[in-house]
Design a protein around this ligand. Structure first.
Ligand code: FA5
Length: 341
């Protein structure tokens, strides 16, 4: 045992004077290698009297472990030294520059869209794509807004030279999706919309909507309310009351404006709900029989609901953004301050 202490003392002293990894490797072999002093001592243990084996074995193991740690630490210190030498020779790294931890993140619109998609997927809806450039037919006629109908004024749009339009609402994909899948169907289709608008804090020329549509036998307004409440519960993580007011859209009958009890003050009145306790959230209604017919679905057999949620505005509410133009601005400094309520 005394000899073991001596060996350890000597090894530590030798280790202190080691100057590079080559010397360190030799040192390792000398003590812990196959024929090293410690390894040999372990082998020789079998010759000890039984009563000494346990104490000697424990001591030997602890010396072995300590030595191993000391060697590893030395190895690490050589690596650090090497990196520091490399850095000191490199002129284009300025270690005095303050550390800037700028981490990227998804855009608030993308975060919210992903969240809405997850919620509807979990309720059995499929997610469909819509075009940004649409035919005039899909954007207007197929949703019951014929040429010269006054409802076209509500969604003034950008016409392309070939007669197509930048879609003014996600409803423009309704017809294509009905024709693709037929009934029954349950789908959502998020997308970017464009309108020739007077711009203000809540009106942009480019904004996002998410459309939802459920078509089946015996679908009623009760189903619409159920799915909207479930979606809202998930977005706001609490029960949200909804109310329907009559609203006019040529592609639904009856049509509604769906309001929600303000999730921030629970209906008591605050800045977000302009002290009214309710927030207008989403137009919706039962799909007009003519729209079903144009989509190739028999309205005698099937009914459906549809909604068109403006989620640029929902994002403003969720992230406490007071100016809608910020969402399209690419102003990273301001966007990164968007707070999740
Ligand atoms: C429509 O676009 C209908 N297609 C919605 C619909 C679908 C009704 C299915 C019935 C059935 P509206 O024009 O109201 O409806 O727009 C829907 C939402 O989009 C609005 O509530 C609003 O949140 C958002 N929105 C509309 N115009 C703008 C705009 N210029 N900037 C930002 N958001 C807008």
């Amino acid at each position: 045992m005394v000899e073991l202490d001596e060996i350890f003392k000597k090894a530590k002293a030798e280790l202190n004077s080691i100057k590079d990894t080559a010397e360190l490797n030799n040192f390792y072999q000398q003590y812990l290698g196959k024929t090293g002093i410690i390894t040999q001592s372990l082998r020789n243990m079998k010759d000890l009297p039984n009563e000494d084996k346990k104490t000697f074995g424990m001591k030997l193991n602890s010396v072995k472990n300590e030595l191993f740690i000391l060697i590893k630490n030395k190895e690490k210190s050589f690596e650090i030294e090497k990196i520091e030498q490399k850095i000191s020779k490199t002129k284009d790294i300025d270690l005095t520059t303050p550390c800037q931890e700028k981490r990227g993140s998804l855009h608030p619109i993308t975060i919210l869209q992903n969240r809405l998609i997850d919620i509807f997927l979990s309720m059995g809806f499929t997610v469909e794509d819509g075009n940004e450039i649409e035919t005039e037919y899909n954007n207007f006629e197929a949703v019951n807004i014929p040429k010269n109908h006054p409802a076209r004024d509500m969604q003034d749009t950008f016409y392309l030279e070939n007669g197509q339009v930048l879609k003014t609402h996600t409803s423009a994909a309704q017809n294509r999706i009905m024709r693709k899948y037929g009934a029954p169907l349950k789908a959502i289709f998020p997308g970017r919309c464009f309108r020739n608008e007077e711009l203000d804090a809540s009106h942009e020329n480019t904004f996002f909507q998410i459309e939802g549509m459920m078509i089946d036998k015996d679908v009623s307004v009760a189903n619409l309310i159920y799915f909207m409440e479930e979606m809202l519960k998930n977005v706001f993580q609490k029960e949200i009351k909804v109310r329907l007011r009559p609203g006019f859209f040529p592609f639904v009958e009856p049509g509604f404006e769906l309001d929600i009890s303000c999730p921030y003050c629970d209906g008591r009145g605050c800045r977000v709900c302009k002290h009214g306790g309710w927030i207008e959230l989403c137009p919706c209604g039962m799909i007009h029989p003519e729209v079903l017919k144009m989509g190739g679905i028999d309205p005698e057999e099937y009914q459906g609901f549809a909604f068109g949620l403006g989620f640029s505005r929902l994002a403003m509410m969720t992230y406490d953004i007071t100016e809608i133009r910020l969402l399209n601005s690419g102003n990273i400094k301001a966007l990164s301050q968007a707070k999740i309520k």
